[in-house]
Design a protein around this ligand. Sequence first.
Ligand code: NAP
Ligand code: MN
Length: 267
Amino acid sequence: MMTKIINLFIKPSPPALAIRDHIVNYLVPQGFRISPVYLDHADYNLVIGGDGTFLHAVHKSQFSTIPFCGINTGTLGFFQESDLDSLDKNLKKLVEGDYHMDELLLVEAEVETSSWTYRRWCVNEFSVQSPKRKTVHFSLSVDQVPLLHLAGDGLIVSTPSGSTAYNLSAGGAILYQTLKGYQITPLNQLRSKTYEALPSSIVLPSSAETEVSFPPDEKDKALLVTDGVEEHFLGLKKITFRQTGKKIHRILFNSNWYWYNLKDKLI
Ligand code: NAP
Ligand code: MN
């Protein structure tokens, strides 16, 4: 029997910890080794918790190319297919290799400041926001074409799999998780005649580059929030968003799961 290695990411919450022993007791006799520290030669990344735990696992593993398998003990679970009802059935499928693998595309942000250029990737979304509840002003270009100057609370740049999170709250559309491309959704735009405004969210193809540039007096104001984690870049000039093909792999046991999940959780 070939030993398979699992990297375990777990939320330290009572429901997550309660099923950990159950999972370990099932998998270890089947030849699995469970590692609490990340091993880059492992076969699977197993995540027990909510979507927040999934996001944390992806960032902590630096966008591991090892397939992620999610068990949901959180409130939503748009990344985490298995729940307490389907757990045993899905663990059996994992052991038997009876699953599909899909790919979730990330979005890259290239952050240009007066002193350095930084690169970040998101699973859900980036949001450009004002730190002090002031209006943030910026110009938006796509593929070098200047579209408009925008003012308001900011802008969300969401992946398809992140579309059911912050993007949805801000009025964006739900995109099927494995679509290629990304979506931009404004956050509370100013609507007076003085300002231009986007009439709706825009869904862009993977090949499109979206540029957000800041006027000089905004250079120390805006924040970049990556999957809920904020960073303040001083001397901010512009942020370019694009999809480069960087992705993560996710295990799926039921190929229609997305629609059942949507029906259960959002409708
Ligand atoms: P959090 O503030 O603890 O949780 C935000 C909520 O969003 C949780 O219920 C989480 O589910 C859910 N969620 C995360 N990713 C999702 C997805 N792809 N589809 C549907 N729901 C999703 O923060 P967190 O757990 O660290 O998650 C960070 C995310 O929070 C950000 O990426 C952003 O999308 C979201 N957020 C939303 C708003 C808003 O809607 N107004 C504001 C700020 C941040 P679990 O309970 O399963 O973790
Ligand atoms: Mn959370």
